[in-house]
Design a protein around this ligand. Structure first.
Ligand code: SF4
Ligand code: SF4
Length: 167
């Protein structure tokens, strides 16, 4: 289901860019300079992708640390690069499973200041208000899926806890 949402978004937003890396050797948005939020559902999907593709699981732990760094206000380490970005290959090694927030960068922003002027999307970015976030293609489907996943996850967690307690 999440995969379908990602694919629909990519098809709708990236059109001809799908098979190539239009960013060449730029990876500014893959550094801790820019903040990013990732839902637990997407993290679980990413972890699954890493395991299935025999990528080092340690990358996943590093990514969680990287997300913490990204969310810190006044981050003093702007040069920290996402552990999934391979500088020698100029690419994201989890590209098919990269989170939604990675996909929307450059395409949608709350202000022009939030993306670098050198970004290839700078003149194409759609500036939106925070309340209009849901208007981003596939955002409504993603929000619904995340909400359902959270409830199911909580339910299975509580069930597991009860099973352990009753032993
Ligand atoms: S997951 Fe991929 S696209 Fe997202 S920040 Fe990391 S390297 Fe960049
Ligand atoms: S989206 Fe923009 S900032 Fe990010 S890597 Fe591509 S060109 Fe660079």
């Amino acid at each position: 289901m999440l995969e379908k949402i990602y694919k629909k978004f990519d098809k709708e937003v990236f059109s001809t860019f799908l098979e190539t890396n239009p960013c060449s050797n730029c990876y500014i948005c893959c550094t801790s300079k820019y903040s990013q939020k990732v839902s637990e559902l997407e993290l679980a999907y990413l972890k699954d992708f890493i395991i299935k593709n025999h990528l080092l699981e340690v990358y996943y732990k590093d990514f969680i640390h990287f997300l913490d760094l990204r969310m810190k206000k006044g981050n003093k380490e702007p040069e920290t690069v996402c552990p999934f970005y391979d500088i020698s290959l100029n690419k994201c090694i989890v590209y098919p499973a990269r989170p939604f927030s990675c996909r929307i960068f450059g395409n949608f922003a709350f202000s022009f200041d939030s993306i670098p002027a050198s970004c290839i999307y700078y003149n194409k970015v759609k500036v939106i208000k925070e309340k209009d976030l849901i208007k981003i293609p596939q955002m409504d489907s993603l929000a619904s899926l995340v909400a359902v996943w959270r409830v199911l996850h909580l339910f299975s967690f509580k069930k597991q806890k009860l099973t352990v307690q009753s032993r």
